[in-house]
Design a protein around this ligand. Structure first.
Ligand code: PLP
Ligand code: SF4
Length: 391
């Protein structure tokens, strides 16, 4: 047995562990464990510094999860885009391929907890049908191998999936979505890297949420993947009490670049049942983006996205950099909130998208609101600013 497998066996993995090691009462521990399985491997557990810290909040359950009655189990409506159990095919040219239900740590905020850790829903026996689906859909050129955590399977099983995908001529790139470099970096072995290398182009997106997760072990794992020629990106989730703070996010994103990990997405938390206590106002995410752009390397700036409830896919959000127009001038502000105007190139007629045009017509009074804002602005600097925007 390899080290990482040995470590997994020593995980906090039952309601009994919660009672004995974390002082939960038995009834609550059992309810939480059946709501969403508990698993924390000893490596990730060792990152906890004090009860309730950002690591703790991600992996130790909280009884508040059980009080979130109104939320949905599948807020992104993934199941509607699932032609076979192992596939979610939402975007035209790429598909998610779920190959295992297992993770080395179950994140309490997991958006896919209706399936993750449940081997009746995600199972190796559905892999073949997934490969057949991808094989018969020639529009799929990008396959995102996911789960659970796809690096939880054995080297042998992983290689079978990768080889199966590489037999399909229209699959151009393979992506692996894995939290392993963050939660169980010991899984990244020289042998794993040798296998991955055979199936290039391979991309990995990993999942770091807090600077304390950027340990020497994690750095070693990320370096090994990068040395195997794999571009490693990061998708983090904005989580209350974990990383809903611009200074923490700035540190995290700088640390990731040092580990050769390129920030890719920050997700606004989904409306998944049992995770409401992790949600932050969208304003917090925009504020974080505002404090990254310009203040650190552009390489460290991810996209901040909301995965639209109901299955609309990811929608990027940006702080307001365009303050308005003044004739043909476009009024901008930079990262220091200094105002600049850019003389735009004049176009004959600007065609608005019909959906946008309809929406704008319905909301024509927003200009009137601007004027009202100008009239009620109390300091003169603010007045001038609104004036420029309204003109
Ligand atoms: C996020 C996601 C993808 C990949 O999206 P990219 O923007 O290409 O990274 C594909 N399918 C589903 C269902 C997703 O949620
Ligand atoms: S690693 Fe990913 S799939 Fe697994 S519990 Fe965490 S968020 Fe969910």
């Amino acid at each position: 047995m390899e080290l990482w497998q040995e470590m997994l066996r020593q995980s906090v993995d039952s309601s009994k562990d919660l009672v004995e090691r974390f002082g939960f009462d038995t009834a609550t521990a059992e309810k939480l464990n059946s709501f969403f399985h508990i698993r924390i491997n000893p490596y990730y557990l060792s990152l906890i510094r004090y009860p309730g810290d950002p690591i703790w909040r991600q992996c130790i359950p909280d009884s508040i999860e059980l009080k979130d009655d109104n939320a949905q189990e599948d807020p992104l409506n993934e199941d509607a885009d699932s032609p076979v159990p192992s596939i979610t095919h939402r975007y035209p040219d790429r598909a998610l391929f779920l190959i295992t239900s297992q993770c080395s740590m179950y994140c309490r905020f997991c958006t896919r907890k209706r399936k993750v850790s449940d081997s009746t829903k995600i199972n190796a026996k559905y892999i073949q049908r997934g490969l057949e689906y991808i094989g018969s859909h020639s529009e799929i050129r990008d396959v995102i191998v996911s789960g659970g955590d796809p690096l939880m399977v054995t080297d042998y099983a992983l290689e079978k999936v990768l080889a199966g995908l590489r037999e399909i001529p229209h699959v151009e790139i393979i992506r692996i979505g894995t939290k392993i470099p963050c939660v169980l970096p010991q899984r990244v072995t020289p042998k794993l890297c040798r296998i991955l290398k055979k199936y290039h182009p391979i991309y990995i997106n990993t999942h770091f949420n807090h600077p304390w997760e950027c340990t020497p072990e994690a750095e070693r794992a990320c370096n090994m993947l990068a040395d195997a020629g794999i571009p490693v990106g990061n998708q983090s989730v904005l989580l209350k009490g974990v990383n809903d703070n611009a200074e923490v996010m700035l540190q995290l994103h700088r640390k990731m670049l040092k580990m050769r990990v390129r920030p890719y997405y920050i997700y606004q938390a989904d409306l998944t049942k049992g995770t409401n206590h992790f949600r932050t106002p969208v304003r917090v995410g925009l504020d974080i983006m505002d404090k990254l752009r310009g203040h650190t390397s552009g390489l460290a700036i991810p996209y901040y996205v909301i995965d639209a409830p109901g299955g609309g896919g990811k929608i990027p959000l940006l702080p307001q950099y365009v303050l308005g127009r003044n004739g043909k001038e476009i009024i901008l502000r930079n990262y220091k909130y200094e105002i600049y105007t850019y003389p735009d190139v004049e176009e004959a007629a600007v065609k608005q998208h019909p959906v946008e045009r309809r929406y704008m017509r319905k909301h024509q009074n927003s200009r009137r609101k601007y004027v009202a804002a100008r009239n009620s602005a109390d300091d003169s600097e603010e007045k001038v600013l609104v004036e420029q925007v309204v003109k």
